[in-house]
Design a protein around this ligand. Structure first.
Ligand code: SF4
Length: 473
């Protein structure tokens, strides 16, 4: 007969790098499609699009909540407000996967890692009144109060998954959300701060060209975002897909995607990207210093960066350069990033503070220097680790100052380039976003300045089971 299931992607009210254009994560709509295939009635909600009211969820048999570290507090609040109802609450996503004990203070089950197979088995088990012990890849609290994590049956068959079903989300009607298609999962690299390999593994898995093209077909008149963590991780596969898009007349109005910088050394790949109307790539440059790149486990060295930037621009492809400032970097490193970005004429940039997400190598590397566990600040925009050569406050101020320098009035007005007029609008967006962030986060800056955050202070992880949602400073 099937159960009534609601899947919710929790959101954050704070300004972050993607505040200007919301890109929904495809995990929840993919799970929705899997559950629908199995005959369950499923509705999807994105908190980022509009508030999700717990009262509207009580009628469901199961509520699944997906979240990141920065959105986990909202997920916990929603789960807490459902605890008196008969609804079973399940959580998933990287944070719950690596902090299952904390998450189980708020929900009944945690789906560990990749969720599709585990959630489906769990729903079948709930429907038949089965034993959760028989569901692989699940965390729950046993009747004796101990944490139980069942053995995972491995990664899902990504190519065999149905396409994400956004039609299950009533909020999408009329919402200005760019179409997003994910063609691959996993990444062969192992950057120390990244949760991708920790959750999806290093084996790069991808959909068939046929399936990607069938997902693209209805969207050809639109600007499409490939939501892969690393679209070109296997260059031969990327070339094969792009060639087939050309041969089968399946080229969208334009597209953007994320890739590792070294892929830009491949002229044949860039040529195909240009021919399929790639407008912008989001590139993890991270640093211009080889020691810092090594510390972050990056696969490229600083010397290749200028050639890659030139290659992309020569092929008419714009670059959003993503940089990370680590706790062992100095204030000068931040300034040098912006000097470099302006000199190399990178179209748009973001400078993130290295964030030690649970489950990553960075979490272990900087364990002794983590300032707090107020998870909503684990979004890359906030300094949450004590730097080696300056205070956290000084580092935070410098990141904001340098972002404001890149997104200055002059740099917005100078942004126009033939064929890349869009830079003006995007830089204007950056101008407004960083100033809005600074206004909204005056309190955080002040707390860093006054030393409010200190090692060992209780964070969300200390919130007791069945207490009210944590009071947030
Ligand atoms: S290349 Fe990108 S997706 Fe892959 S591990 Fe590094 S940061 Fe993560």
């Amino acid at each position: 007969m099937g159960l009534r299931i609601a899947l919710v992607e929790s959101g954050t009210p704070s300004t972050h790098i993607f505040s200007r254009t919301y890109l929904p994560r495809v995990g929840i709509p993919t799970m929705g499609a899997v559950l629908k295939q199995r005959g369950h009635a499923c509705d999807i909600f994105f908190e980022a699009l509009s508030p999700v009211n717990a009262d509207d969820l009580r009628a469901y048999d199961v509520v699944g909540i997906g979240s990141l570290t920065s959105t986990i507090e909202s997920a916990y609040r929603l789960a807490d407000s459902l605890r008196e109802s008969r609804t079973t609450v399940v959580m998933g996503g990287p944070h719950a996967t690596f902090m299952p004990r904390e998450a189980l203070d708020h929900c009944d089950y945690v789906v560990m890692g990749e969720g599709e197979d585990v959630l489906l088995s769990l729903i079948d088990s709930i429907e038949k009144g089965g034993d959760p012990e028989a569901v692989g890849g699940l965390a729950f609290i046993r009747s004796d109060g101990a944490l139980r994590i069942t053995e995972s049956s491995g990664h899902v068959d990504f190519a065999g998954l149905p396409s994400p079903d956004f039609s299950l989300c009533p909020q999408m009607t009329g919402a200005s959300v760019p179409p997003i298609i994910t063609t691959s999962r996993g990444c062969p690299h192992k950057c120390t701060f990244c949760t991708v390999t920790a959750v999806f593994g290093r084996k790069y898995r991808f959909k068939s060209n046929e399936q990607v093209i069938s997902e693209l077909r209805p969207l050809l008149h639109r600007s499409v975002c490939f939501g892969d963590d690393n679209f070109c991780a296997d260059p031969n596969r990327a070339k094969s897909l792009l060639r087939e898009m050309i041969d089968r007349n399946a080229v969208p109005l334009r597209w953007s995607g994320e890739m590792a910088i070294k892929a830009a050394l491949d002229d044949e790949l860039l040529d195909l990207m240009h021919k399929t109307r790639c407008r912008t790539v989001y590139v993890g440059i991270e640093s211009i210093d080889d020691d810092a790149l090594k510390r972050m486990g990056k696969a490229h060295q600083a010397q290749v960066i200028p050639r890659c930037i030139d290659n992309l621009h020569c092929h008419g492809i714009g670059i959003h350069g993503m940089f990370v400032v680590g706790p062992d970097d100095t204030l000068d490193s931040v300034k040098m990033i912006v000097d470099y970005a302006m000199e190399a004429d990178i179209d748009t940039i973001q400078i993130c503070a290295l964030t030690p997400f649970p489950g990553t190598q960075s979490h272990e590397d900087y364990r002794d220097r983590i300032l707090h566990q107020c998870w909503r600040y684990y979004d890359g925009m906030h300094v949450v680790v004590r730097p080696a050569t300056c205070s956290a406050y000084e580092m935070q101020v410098e990141i904001v100052r340098q972002m404001k320098r890149f997104y200055s009035v002059r740099n917005v007005l100078d942004a126009y380039r033939p064929g890349r007029a869009w830079r003006v609008g995007y830089r204007l967006g950056g101008y407004m976003l960083i100033r809005r962030w600074a206004r909204e986060n005056a309190g955080y800056l002040n707390r860093l300045k006054t030393g409010y955050y200190h090692q060992g202070m209780p964070g969300t992880s200390m919130s007791p089971k069945r207490a009210a949602a944590p009071a947030l400073p």
